[in-house]
Design a protein around this ligand. Structure first.
Ligand code: NAP
Length: 302
């Protein structure tokens, strides 16, 4: 293997340690800790496991954490009233509504009801707008793109003047990471191209990339010959391609694959993220960072 492996699991540990010590410092100086509430509606097993991990991580770094579980049958009105309650709660700095929501609830209406100053997921239109403007306007960059940028920076990859190609234009990954990489500032200042299913020659664009960010949700979409020798390859894709028995627990677990043909790509790229263990662990980490930032904004110390 020639490429340097960019491990999200290792970067996560560094950042969580940094957050833990900052939380302890703020607690000592200001007598408060960041508060995060996760609102879970219903019993979707995947949602339960995501929320549990978020709450566990919040607990680990010293936050006040609340897991608010509501019945599948909660009305939209009651859910909006719940959000209003946490919007007004001085001890809560971050509100996260776990998606998907039941069909009878308008998820856009619910997400837009979150106070933008507590929208640590960064999905509220106000925060999307702030991200677009860039610079000091940005409060909460969405967690997965923020994690991607952090990995690129911590891996020591030069972004200024780099050709960045983003595969995928979703609102949660492709569009925001493209926007972040083109801003004038550290960890960005790149020349950015976004490609998608309407793009004529995907391979030709990818071949130009100094930094190739792939978020398509198609296993092995990116072939080794699409990668520029020495490029930094960030594989956001998480595709379930089968099941296996875990050696650790003896239980059935999903076999995960990224959007990049990793085994071949690692011989050509300069640095690359694995799947699993790459971008995945960064998302919750950045959620913690956004929640800490929210309290710091409130205290005027950000
Ligand atoms: P999405 O909403 O389905 O968007 C996929 C994007 O990829 C679309 O813009 C689509 O183009 C484009 N695309 C799909 N197939 C393509 C192809 N053959 N050629 C070119 N472009 C193609 O997906 P997403 O939410 O952004 O997620 C993408 C992947 O990242 C998924 O595997 C997801 O599980 C993973 N993910 C991981 C994390 C994490 O690790 N924390 C977080 C979020 C997402 P069109 O717009 O033209 O349809």
């Amino acid at each position: 293997m020639s490429a340097k492996l960019i491990k999200g699991t290792e970067i996560r540990e560094q950042i969580l340690e940094e957050i833990t010590s900052e939380v302890a410092e703020i607690k000592e100086k200001h007598g408060v800790v960041p508060g995060l509430v996760t609102i879970l509606v219903g019993e979707n097993p995947a949602s339960i496991s995501y929320v549990t991990l978020k709450i566990k991580t919040a607990h680990r770094v010293g936050f006040k954490e609340i897991q608010d579980t509501q019945s599948e049958t909660i009305s939209e009105e009651d859910l909006l009233a719940l959000i209003d309650k946490y919007n007004k709660d001085e001890s809560i700095n971050g509100i996260l509504v776990q998606l998907p929501l039941p069909k009878h609830v308008d998820d856009k209406k619910v997400l837009n009801a979150i106070d933008p100053d507590k929208d640590v997921d960064g999905f509220h239109p106000v925060n999307v707008g702030r991200l677009m403007i860039g610079g000091d306007e940005v409060k909460f960059p969405p967690c997965t793109p923020a994690g991607i940028q952090e990995m690129i920076v911590r891996a020591g990859v030069e972004t200024k003047g780099a050709e960045v190609v983003v595969v995928g234009r979703s609102n949660i990954v492709g569009k925001p990471i493209a926007n972040m990489m083109l801003q004038k500032g550290p960890g960005a200042n790149a020349t950015v191209t976004i490609v998608h299913t309407g793009t004529k020659d995907l391979a030709a664009h990818c071949q130009r990339a100094d930094i190739l960010i792939v978020a398509a949700g198609v296993p092995d979409l990116v072939k080794p010959e699409w990668i520029k020798p020495g490029a930094c390859v960030i594989d956001v894709g998480v595709n379930r391609v089968g099941e296996k028995i875990s050696e650790k627990t003896g239980k059935k677990i999903a076999i995960l694959k990224g959007d990049v043909d990793f085994d071949a790509a690692k011989e050509i790229a300069g640095s690359i993220t694995p799947v699993p263990g790459g971008v995945g662990p960064m998302t919750i980490t950045m959620l913690m960072l956004n929640t800490l930032k929210s309290l710091k904004f409130k205290l005027g110390i950000a």
